[in-house]
Structure formats: C-alpha cells, structure tokens
Design a protein around this ligand. Structure first.
Ligand code: MOS
Length: 730
C-alpha cells in the first residue's frame, strides 16, 4: 500500500480534551454521582505491626446518616482468588477486614459508610480501636534481607583488585511518593451480581480482574470506567485495597459507594518508590575506560509481597562498556505497605549512583565527564549480546553540549561565582527500556468521513487522546478534529497497562493497523466500483487525505469517503486493529543526555536549578507539544527527587510523618527554571510499526544525577544521597 502523507503526526497539536479539562466538564472518578451514592471513610491503623484487640463502633454507628461500619468483626469472608493479570506480586496481596492482623501503619481496619461525606468522616473519627503492638521494623538499613537476585559476567573482583583507579561508594535514595493532583478515587455500584466501577486507574482491566478475583465473580460481570486520570506516575497501575473496600461497602450498604482516599492516606493506601541503599564499586584504567563494576543493592518491600524492580539492574549491565560486572539486589521485608513502580522505575534509581560515580571518576582522572562517557560507549548490549536497534547517545551529548554551552564550563569545581552564589554545570545519561505489549483497537469510519477509534487504554497525562487521534487521522487521511478517540472502559478492545512508556508504541501501532484496514476497505470498494473515478486503479497507488481518496500523482482522479460510502449505501466501514510485538532481535532503549546548571548559596547551602536541557533519542516524536509536556514534567520530577522529595518514617511506630503536601516537598513554579528538551527524532523501525521508543519514563531518568553533578561542580561537595539538603552543603 502507498504510504499515507503524515499531516497530523509531528505537528504540535493541543490536547483534544483540554477544553473539557480546564472547564470542569471532564468527569474524573470522584465526579461520578450514581443516584443514591453513599460515602465511605476509612479508619486506618495507628501501629505498624500487631493485632487489633478491641474495636468499638457504637459511637460511630449512632451518628446520623451512618449506614454501616465494616471491619474484620463483621465483614464477610472474601474469596481472594489468585489473579496473575493485574501486576500482583509474589507473596499475597493485602486482604482487607479478613482478620485482626496489622501489617503496617495506616492499614485499613474499618470503613464507615454514610449518606454524606461529612457524616462518614466524623463517624470514622469516633471508631475506637485498641491494639496489641509488636516490635516493628521499617528501616531498610537495619533489617535482614531476602535472598538476592544476582548477575555476573567476567571476574569483577579480580578486575577491581587490579584496576588503576577504583572507587567504592555508597548511595542512599529516599522513599518517594507519586503525589498526583488527583487522589485515588472510586465509585462502585452493584446491580445484582453485576459490578460497575468508576475508578482512577492506569489500567481498567487491572481493576476489573482484581475485583473479580477478590469477590470470586466472573470478570465479564465487572465493568470499569475511567475516562480521565489526573496524574498517576505509576501509582494507579495496580488495583489497591481501597477498591475492594469500596466494592464491599457498596454490597453491604446496598447502594453505590464513593471512596476518595485523603491526601494522607495516599502515603500508605497505594504504593510508592522504595528507598534504596546502592553500594557501587567501579574500576577503570588511567584513560577512564571502565574495567569492572560491582553493584550491591538493598530496597524495601512489605512483608506480604515482594517488590523487586527488574529495571534497577539494567543500566549497570548495558549502559557502558564494562567487561566485568557483578550485581546483587536484595529486597528487605519491612512492616510497611508494598512499593510500586514510580516514573522511570528502577532506571531513575540506578542512574543516580551510576551517573554520579562516572562523574566522580572523570573528576579523579581529570577527564571531561562527556569524554569519559564517550570512551565507554558500547558497540552492542553487553548483557544480552544483541545489537542496539538505535542508540544515538553520542549525538545526544554532541547536541546537548553545543546547545547548553558545555565548553564554557571550567572543569575545576568551585571556581565559578555569581555574587554569593557558586555556579556549577553537571551532566548525566538517561536510559529506559522500550517496552511494547499486545493491544487492540476498533475503528469505525462513518459516511460523513468522521471516525471513532476505541481502545481500553488510559490517559494519565501524556496525551493519549490526542496522540492517538493524530495517528488515526493520518492513517485514515482525515483531520484530527474528525477523529474521536475513546479509552478507559473495559468494554473497549483490550489494552495493556498504561505505563512503562509502552502506550504510544503499543496502542499507536494497533490504532494505525485498524485505520490502515479501514482505509484499505475504502480503497478496495472504490477501485471495484464502476461509478467511482478510482474504478480500476491499482489499490497500492491510492492515497487518502482531507477525507478524499485519489490516485497518487493524479489528484483529479478521486472522491471523498462521503461520496464513496453514500453512493454504496454504506453507513460506515469498520475494522479491529491489532498489534503483537515482534520477537526482539535487538536491544531497544530510549536514551537521553541531561544537562543542569545550578547555583548554590555559598553561605546557606540552598540549591537553585538555573537551567536544564534534555536531549532525547526516543525514536519518532508523534506529538511534539505533548512530548515537551512529558519532558518538562519529567525534569520537574527529577528536580524534586534531587532536592526535595523524601518520605520520612518515624521508625519507632512506622508512621509517615510528612504524609501531606505541606511537608512532603515537591517543586513549585518558583523552583523550576526554563527547561528545554530537544528530540533527535528519528524512527526506530525495529521497535514497533510507528517507530517510537517511548518517552514518558526516560525524561525523569538522569535528572537527579545531573543536578547532583552540577552541585559538585559548583561546591566541590559530593553528596551521595537523595534528596540533597542545604545542610549537606554547609
Ligand atoms: Mo509508569 S511508573 O509505568 O506509570
């Protein structure tokens, strides 16, 4: 078939649903009001480990408007059948209200259902719970660990022992919480045995399958609807215990129930990026060529599930030429709730130690940090032995250094001043896997030349509605406003989790496939129709744009979809597109080079980021305006990780002491300078049919070490933990 002109893809299209969002017409989960909806408020535990010995609900039950108070004392036994399809982890997910055990501070111990939110919250405050507390462990650094996941190539110990230069470094990364604007919210309604759910989720199928498994019902009896998501960053990919609570409450109360977690409850009701301790030894020769690296990691998990991020070990194996590598990653079970992926999961964690250490090595050897990275640029993936599909990291560095003015950097730390401020420039590499997953989409083109394209994916912020409309518009040869893209409903064609930067590749490819099929149907109809100007034309020579089919190079010979379908008494054409990732014969990753300039107050230790530039090799850019939105968001997240974000636990009782946005600091406008992203923008044809490598995750990776390296350059102080606080620099 003739390639379609790409008129919409690559154009800076604004979000097609933007107006609905800024005018309050987009209905998020908590905006749903099924008639007769009751409100739920969760009572959570005030100990980290132990048993519930007393639970007095009389005062709560006596409150006006209270319909039910549910706890392990009166909750029905729930089947909790196995469920492999919802990102559930090794171990066993938290069972709510099934026994008297407390496994972490903040665990749900009761729920109050009332006619108003105020009544539910007030009554919840009156539930009196007594506990027998047992000693708890919540500190990663002092608790025993599980058996490690390991990796080895060559003989790292011997290579380290004989290395010309050797660095042995320990890094600590704080726990972080996603903190999206929209809290987790769910509305559940039972109609007999049928369950309808409006959820905040990155994966409607996950909520459906998990609730079906928990309640022991057929997934076909559960419908999950989630058209809008107000940010998630990974914490809405799994279905969390509050969904079960809401569905249970609705069943017990006999009416729809709405449950919105409070901001405080978001710190233990859903997952988080786990804290890590990362010991790294690297050895090199005097030219800065790495000979060995040893990576020993510990990360926190819960006692009931094991969360071990695969991605945290990947950069250490494949980012730089290193003949000898050993790795071990141990999870440490603690009396905490289970962690979960957070933007750039694993990769952004690993990038901080690795990219800091490489910078440290460059400084020790007196080699420019970009030059040192160039000397270690591998020709293939040393972990898998596979060639890279595309890897343009050298170009990222060349373009970035030029655009950022890297040659103005005096290599000696603490030499550049602006009044009281010490100025520094730092750089770091970003990498993230190109993931893809099977997906389907349905396409229906009607006789007016407008199309509805549907897939059960999600849009947590990257702009799925818009980018998919762009892909569909070009494949059908119509304009973006003629396309309606629908998502976020389990009744739509199957889609994978909206995470891991796999949506554009997977859903984009299936949308293109479905639209190609519909366009081919229209072309076949036209060339076989004696009344069509296209009658008898070679189908492979027909292209479509502006809703009009014509012979390539002979625009006069053609007709519109409307003319063709109307004349043939066809109300519409439709097809289901599908995408199955090809077996990968290449190592596929998105890459980036992140440049940061900081100013550090020499007397106060305060760090201000002054400039930041990311240069990305993420394959083809479908939607440049949305890509910028992703890149800037990722950089802001990275500034938070570098300088602010830090979940603080009181290890005496496992309580998170800053479970709110006043004390869990995130960057605000005043913390964020001009941020710029550049995309090398070339297709990766091995990755997927539309040539993308994924962007949403890689843009967070590398930001924190770029800032940390800039802080070192400004001050001469090497900080090996995150976040970097003013007191670290005094
Ligand atoms: Mo992303 S951490 O997979 O939402």
């Amino acid at each position: 078939m003739s390639p379609q002109p790409q008129a919409a893809v690559g154009r800076p299209v604004s979000r097609v649903e933007g107006r609905l969002k800024v005018t309050g017409q987009a209905k998020y989960a908590a905006d749903q009001t099924a008639s007769g909806t009751a409100h739920a408020a969760v009572v959570d535990s005030s100990i980290a480990r132990g048993r519930i010995t007393g639970l007095d609900t009389a005062a709560a039950e006596a409150c006006p408007g209270v319909l039910r108070v549910i706890s392990h004392r009166n909750a029905p036994t729930l089947p909790y059948l196995p469920n492999r399809g919802s990102l559930n982890l090794p171990g066993e997910r938290l069972h709510v209200f099934q026994d008297d055990r407390v496994l972490f501070h903040g665990q749900p111990v009761a729920v109050v259902v009332a006619t108003t939110l105020e009544a539910a919250q007030h009554a919840a405050s009156l539930v009196h719970v007594q506990y027998t507390a047992e000693p708890s462990a919540t500190d990663l650094t002092s608790a025993p660990a599980d058996e490690p996941t390991t990796y080895a190539r060559g003989d790292a110990a011997a290579a380290l022992a004989s290395a010309a230069v050797r660095l042995d470094l320990t890094y600590r990364l704080s726990r972080m919480h996603h903190n999206p604007m929209e809290p987790h919210a769910i509305v559940t309604r039972w109609d007999g045995a049928e369950l309808t759910v409006w959820d905040k989720t990155q994966w409607v199928q996950s909520t459906r399958d998990e609730l079906a498994a928990v309640f022991g019902i057929n997934p076909a009896s559960v419908r999950v609807i989630s058209p809008y998501v107000g940010g998630a960053f990974g914490n809405a990919a799994r279905c969390w215990p509050h969904a079960t609570i809401a569905a249970l409450a609705a069943r017990e109360a006999g009416r729809p129930v709405k449950l919105v977690l409070t901001r405080r409850q978001l710190y233990f009701g859903v997952g988080y990026r786990p804290a890590y301790e990362y010991r790294l030894s690297i050895g090199s020769d005097l030219q800065g060529r790495l000979t060995a690296s040893v990576h020993d990691l510990r990360s926190e998990t819960s006692r009931y599930e094991t969360f071990a991020e695969r991605g945290v070990l990947v950069p250490g194996r494949m980012l730089y030429t290193t003949p000898n590598v050993t790795q071990s990653h141990r999870t440490v079970p603690l009396d905490v709730n289970t962690p979960t992926p957070m933007r750039g999961p694993g990769y952004s964690t690993a990038a901080f130690p690795i990219e800091s250490a490489v910078d440290e090595l460059a400084h020790e050897l007196g080699i420019d940090p970009i030059e040192l990275r160039r000397r270690n640029e591998p020709e293939n993936d040393q972990a898998s032995g596979l060639p890279f599909s595309t890897r343009r990291l050298r170009e990222c560095y060349t373009v970035g250094a030029r655009e950022f003015g890297w040659n103005r950097r005096n290599p000696k730390p603490r030499t550049t001043r602006d009044g009281d401020w010490l100025i520094g420039m730092g750089v770091a590499t970003a990498v993230y896997d190109t993931l893809r997953a099977p997906a389907q989409a349905h396409v229906r083109l009607d006789a007016r030349g407008t199309a509805v394209v549907e897939s059960a994916t999600s849009d947590m912020g990257p702009g799925t509605y818009t980018s998919m409309s762009q892909v569909a518009a070009d494949a059908l040869g119509i304009d973006v406003p003629q396309v309606t893209f629908r998502l976020g409903d389990t009744t739509l064609p199957q889609a994978p989790v909206h995470g891991g930067s796999l949506t554009m590749a997977s859903i984009g490819s299936t949308v293109q496939d479905g639209c190609d099929r519909v366009r081919q149907q229209a072309i076949a109809l036209a060339v076989g129709d004696e009344r069509s100007p296209l009658y008898g034309a070679d189908p492979a020579a027909v292209v479509v744009y502006d809703g009009r089919l014509h012979v390539k190079g002979d625009p006069a010979r053609g007709e519109t979809y409307r003319q063709l379908l109307t004349r043939n008494d066809r109300t519409h054409l439709e097809a289901t597109g599908s995408y199955t990732p090809a077996q990968s014969r290449a190592s596929m990753h998105a890459y980036g080079a992140v440049f940061a300039e900081v100013a550090v107050d020499a007397r106060l230790g305060m760090v201000r980021v002054r400039r930041m530039l990311g240069v990305y090799d993420a394959g083809r850019i479908i939607s440049p305006k949305l890509a910028d939105s992703q890149a800037i968001g990722g950089m802001v997240g990275g500034i938070g990780a570098a300088l602010m974000e830090h979940t603080v636990t009181d290890h005496r009782d496992g309580r998170i002491v800053n479970a709110n946005l006043a004390e869990y600091l995130v960057p605000v406008n005043a913390d964020v300078p001009a941020l710029k992203a550049i995309y090398l923008n070339g297709r990766d044809d091995q990755a997927d049919p539309i040539g993308v490598k994924g962007l949403g995750e890689v843009v967070l990776v590398g930001v924190a070490p770029a800032v940390a390296n800039a802080v070192f350059h400004a001050t001469g102080r090497r900080v090996r933990h995150l976040p970097i606080a003013p007191e670290d620099l005094l």
